[in-house]
Design a protein around this ligand. Sequence first.
Ligand code: CP
Ligand code: NVA
Length: 303
Amino acid sequence: MKPQHVLSLADLSAEAIKGIIRRAIELKAMRQRGEIYEPLRNKTLAMIFDKSSTRTRVSFEAGMTQFGGNSIFLSPRDTQLGRGEPLEDTARVLSRMVDLIVIRTDKHESVETFAAHSGVPVINALTDKYHPCQLLADMQTYQEHRGDIRGKTAAWIGDGNNVCHSWMNAARALDFHLNIAFPEGYGPEPELAQACQDHITLLHEPRQAATGADIIVTDTWASMGQENEKRARERAFAGYTVDKALMERARPEAVFMHCLPAYRGLEVAADVIDGPQSVVWDEAENRLHAQKALMELLLVSAH
Ligand code: CP
Ligand code: NVA
């Protein structure tokens, strides 16, 4: 039987996503009560990280520890991957030894290639195209603060990047609307935009996108791997900072979201990310609970 991989939110049904959110909220409460729950005893998670990470790495490692399992962090610097061993061979070998594999790398196609040769589930921990784990945590966070997201409006302000693509997939799956405001040339992938067209509106005017929104969300203007475009991007994104004036266009009960790491004074003003509408620390914490729910779904509930 082929393992179930989660390379994008589109690999999960709307029901599965809602189930993960519900379960993440339960797992969070269990942890707050100090309840020990170790469904992954004797299980091993391999984590291949080709790019930097604070939240994703720590949440997967801590989650695995809390579930009674073990995790192995693999940097290409220290494995044969860095010396040219093919992804296909690495996938075949690792999946004979471990139960689950998490990968963060640049090209989305690399994760697809890896998954095609893996005998165990593979989870995308961020590629140039998608960041599905982030959206599971973000959807849990909205649910906790404001309830059902169905029928609400979110406004993405900034780069049409990997996180934006996952917000688009979330809008389609959970039936909310996403206004995306971006400077010319920095929009989301046209193919995905086409597939999500009933749930998104593409704009170039941040104020128009933010007006009446229930959520304002942004991300860095220069993602990992785009460091040498930083200057040009700062010029292109001038006027796209989420500041207090922009937040005032949204509904009074609107929340501000950001996957982090954030760059205060660029994509977001300090008084917004550190202000009363910001839920970014809950988003970060929920990476732990949402990914535990995902691991449980892939390794426990599936059997
Ligand atoms: N949001 C997120 O994925 O953070 P890290 O890069 O620190 O993992
Ligand atoms: N878009 C950012 C997200 C970091 C979590 C990046 O890819 O670097």
